[in-house]
Design a binder for this molecule. Structure first.
Ligand code: HEC
Length: 156
């Protein structure tokens, strides 16, 4: 499983720092680890997918970069905890994730919204290939997060 985690993490080119934190946390918590259900990891991924959209659409590039990192880590977690998921279904996500990272780095709103569509297609492609074609993701329209500000905040 560790090998699988490393493979997927490398293919999705995760930064090594957050990985180190995840791994040391797992080692310290002993054998009785809580393993999140795949559907719960996915529900978290859904939140990140939505927050990623609203932060990019608001040109809040720092937040968008953060949410993309969180989303990527959820996908790596799903693939490493659930070996039933074909690795290729996860690694095909690497391309849209990388394209989004570039759009965010370039602060390019148009590229961001195009590549966000590619990411969403990737979510749906995996759902379809795993008999979950009834779970269809799309670009969100209205933010349900009335407790979080998405536009960048002015420095005091
Ligand atoms: C590698 C395969 C794969 C990828 C990629 C993937 N998913 Fe999933 N997703 C699944 C599977 C399998 C399930 C069903 C889990 C179950 O039945 O317990 C699922 C379920 C879900 C659910 C339903 C959770 C619930 O309980 O209502 C949501 C929402 C979801 N995924 C969102 C996403 C989003 C958003 C993305 C893309 C950013 C994504 N998924 C990418 C495999 C994937």
């Amino acid at each position: 499983m560790k090998f699988r985690f490393m493979t997927v993490a490398l293919l999705l080119s995760l930064a090594s720092a957050p990985m180190a934190i995840m791994q040391s946390g797992a080692a310290e918590s002993g054998n009785e680890q809580h393993v999140p259900r795949l559907a719960d990891i996915m529900s978290t991924t859904q939140l990140r997918h939505m927050k990623l959209w609203f932060s990019g659409a608001s040109s809040n590039w720092n937040l968008a970069a953060y949410e993309l990192r969180q989303l990527k880590e959820s996908l790596v977690e799903a693939a490493s905890l659930y070996p039933g998921i074909p690795v290729t279904n996860v690694t095909t996500m690497a391309e849209p994730v990388q394209a989004l990272a570039s759009a965010i780095a370039a602060k390019d709103t148009r590229a961001f919204s195009n590549t966000f569509g590619l990411l969403t297609n990737g979510c749906n492609a995996c759902h379809q290939s795993m008999g979950r074609g009834f779970i269809v993701m799309k670009t969100p329209t209205v933010s349900p997060f009335s407790n979080q500000a998405f536009p960048p905040q002015r420095k005091p």
